[in-house]
Design a protein around this ligand. Structure first.
Ligand SMILES: Cc1cn([C@H]2C[C@H](O)[C@@H](COP(=O)(O)OP(=O)(O)OP(=O)(O)O)O2)c(=O)[nH]c1=O
Length: 193
């Protein structure tokens, strides 16, 4: 059976693959995420490809899965906040408005380097956030390893009013799109375990 390798340090991505019953190994790419690209979709795609390629180069067989999630509002990219002040600023900018979450996904067959990529976009509308809610949320520590400074799967669930698109894409891996890519790569999704 073809081996799957998740090129990610994100516990969320591992959990999402586990949720759909896939068995996989984890190999962290360690790629530098500082790319000089302002277009959100191009950035998410490039970083996903960089992560997948970095791991594919170290292997001779197996299908590599990598992803990168970015948050975008008013054409501005929001990465992971570096401190509380930045986390609060991000949340204030998302308050009462709709933003977009884009996840770039790359799937590479390390045997022949055949590559598939995809960018999935989800629109997320947050309700108005009161200043004390922003403070409390930032104090919880949840924002810091997450693009846009929030995790929809955690306490920030109560901030989300409406979502248009794939929920799992916001958490870090668009599962339905990913499975179509894996099938295109010849991976059988059902009956693997
Ligand atoms: C918007 C949002 C992002 N996130 C997370 C998903 C990603 O893990 C993270 C964005 O950072 P990424 O750089 O995409 O991923 P990562 O650094 O966590 O892991 P790796 O590069 O090794 O794969 O933000 C949530 O968990 N929930 C959310 O609601």
């Amino acid at each position: 059976m073809t081996k799957l390798i998740l090129a990610s340090a994100s516990p969320r991505r591992a959990q999402l693959l586990q949720q759909i019953g896939l068995k996989f190994a984890v190999k962290v790419s360690g790629v530098d995420e500082n790319e000089n690209e302002k277009d959100p979709a191009r950035l998410a795609k490039r970083l996903a490809l960089n992560k997948a390629n970095a791991v594919a180069m170290q292997l001779t067989q197996g299908i590599i899965i990598a992803a990168d999630t970015v948050v975008c509002i008013d054409g501005k990219l929001l990465g992971k906040p570096k401190d509380s002040m930045e986390a609060k600023e991000m949340l204030r900018s998302l308050s009462g408005r709709t933003h977009h979450v884009l996840t770039g996904v790359a799937v590479i067959d390390s045997e022949n380097h055949r590559t598939l990529d995809h960018v999935e976009t989800t629109a997320v509308k947050m309700r108005h956030l009161r200043e004390e809610e922003i403070d409390g949320y930032v104090q919880s520590g949840e924002p810091f390893d997450k693009a846009g400074g929030y995790g929809i799967q955690g306490k920030a669930a109560i901030f989300v009013e409406k979502l248009d698109g794939c929920y799992f894409n916001v958490v870090g891996l668009p599962l339905s799109a990913l499975c179509l890519m894996l099938e295109e790569m010849g991976v059988q999704i059902w009956g693997r375990s």
